[in-house]
Design a protein around this ligand. Structure first.
Ligand SMILES: [Fe+2]
Length: 192
């Protein structure tokens, strides 16, 4: 993974995580509530961008398949499809905050800030009425947009995601897919 990553760009180490993180299906009851598995377990993960509660989330993430599960896709939705006129009218006035304060601080977060789009239905929460409304509209749009499903079907298959543009979500895990293993690494820049 590190060899692939170093060819692609400048790897970003999140201080609270290993440089290369291993993602496997996990039962909800065994996991902490500050993780997706602790909230959704083996069910489908909702569309989100990673670390959306950070003021500046990492720009890219790379997923690399270690053990494939042919029934489980990584689903993608382009934020450009989410932002219609109704959404755009609210974006500037909608203020969100991290569900949990980071270092005792809670920055006001906007869903769109320059070219940075962020979304997460659990780790950021509305901080005003406009954000309440925007959250409902975005969730409805995400339910109505047909996502693109990518299968990391073979060991070594990689998917590089622009985390400032694309929302992603994992499909649900069936009993044949419990061995699924994916590695993840973050980047702030890539070479192309
Ligand atoms: Fe994610």
């Amino acid at each position: 993974m590190l060899e692939v990553a170093k060819d692609l760009g400048e790897v970003y180490k999140v201080s609270t995580m290993p440089l290369v993180q291993t993602l496997t299906p996990r039962l909800r009851k065994n996991e902490h509530k500050n993780t997706y598995s602790g909230n959704y377990g083996l069910n489908e993960f909702p569309f989100h961008t990673d670390l959306a509660h950070w003021y500046v989330p990492p720009r890219y993430l790379l997923l690399r398949c270690i053990c494939p599960a042919r029934n489980v896709s990584t689903k993608l939705i382009d934020s450009h499809e989410v932002i219609n006129r109704e959404v755009r009218d609210l974006l500037n006035r909608a203020h969100f905050r991290p569900r949990k304060r980071l270092d005792g601080k809670a920055n006001i977060l906007k869903v769109l800030h320059g070219e940075l789009f962020r979304w997460d239905s659990i780790f950021i929460e509305p901080a005003n009425n406009v954000a309440d409304l925007l959250k409902k509209i975005i969730e409805k749009r995400l339910n109505n947009i047909q996502p693109k499903g990518i299968y990391l079907a073979n060991t070594g298959d990689c998917l590089l995601i622009d985390n400032w543009r694309m929302l992603h979500g994992r499909g649900c895990i069936d009993s044949k897919s419990m061995d699924r293993k994916i590695e993840r690494i973050y980047f702030n820049e890539v070479k192309f």
